[in-house]
Design a protein around this ligand. Structure first.
Ligand SMILES: N[C@@H](CCC(=O)N[C@@H](CS)C(=O)NCC(=O)O)C(=O)O
Length: 203
């Protein structure tokens, strides 16, 4: 097994954290996007969208999409469970994972893509998109602050992939966009301290 990685990418980071939480040792190959290594014929043959992360199996099968990779690894290595323990728990974790992905991670990535110099010439940047999504993300942080009232973790009382996705979204929001969890957001701040202090947080 081999994981094609993009070190600064939030999607690649969530798979790296997932792998670290499972205690797995999967060799990683960093892909240099600025050198267009993800647009080479060889890489496009593995993932025609040219994106990372990507898991390549021994027989050459390639699995793209962070959550597909996580689901595959969860099946092979169920402990500790990061996608839920039973049918109901799995549905709740998926619900929150999708919310964190669609309501936070994707808008945060969109802000970056529509405002960062490194994306100039790679996509058509629309500055208004960055403005609209910044307002959306700030609204969603207020929403999440309320949802976390009395909760240790996002989906239930255990650390799951929903936390991993949210954590990676906030790493990017802070590092690339200067969007921080304000001290007045006490529930979100406590959650952040909890997840950021895990040994796997820097994976
Ligand atoms: N939905 C995919 C998104 C993967 C993705 O967009 N990866 C970005 C980095 S966060 C990438 O490889 N971008 C390179 C490009 O678009 O050229 C997933 O969950 O893995």
């Amino acid at each position: 097994m081999k994981l094609y990685d993009l070190p600064a990418s939030p999607n690649a980071r969530r798979v790296r954290i997932f792998v670290a939480e499972k205690g797995l040792d999967i060799p990683m190959t960093p892909i240099n996007m600025m050198e267009n290594e993800n647009k080479t014929e060889g890489y496009l043959a593995k993932n025609s969208l040219g994106r990372m992360p990507l898991l390549e199996l021994e027989d050459g099968t390639c699995i793209a999409e962070s959550m597909a990779i996580c689901s595959y690894l969860e099946q092979l290595h169920p402990d500790p469970p990061l996608l839920g323990r039973d049918a109901l728990d799995q549905a709740i974790v998926e619900m929150w994972q999708r919310r964190m992905e669609f309501e936070l991670l994707m808008p945060i990535i969109a802000i970056f893509r529509h405002s960062a110099d490194m994306w100039k010439g790679r996509i058509t940047q629309v500055p208004e998109m960055a403005e609209i999504e910044t307002a959306n993300v700030k609204d969603k942080m207020i929403w999440l602050e309320k949802e976390l009232n009395g909760q240790q973790y996002i989906a239930n009382d255990e650390y799951t992939v929903a936390d991993i996705t949210a954590q990676c979204a906030f790493v990017m929001a802070k590092a690339a966009l200067g969007i921080r969890i304000g001290e007045e957001m006490t529930n979100l701040s406590r959650w952040w301290e909890r997840v950021a202090s895990r040994p796997t947080a820097r994976a």
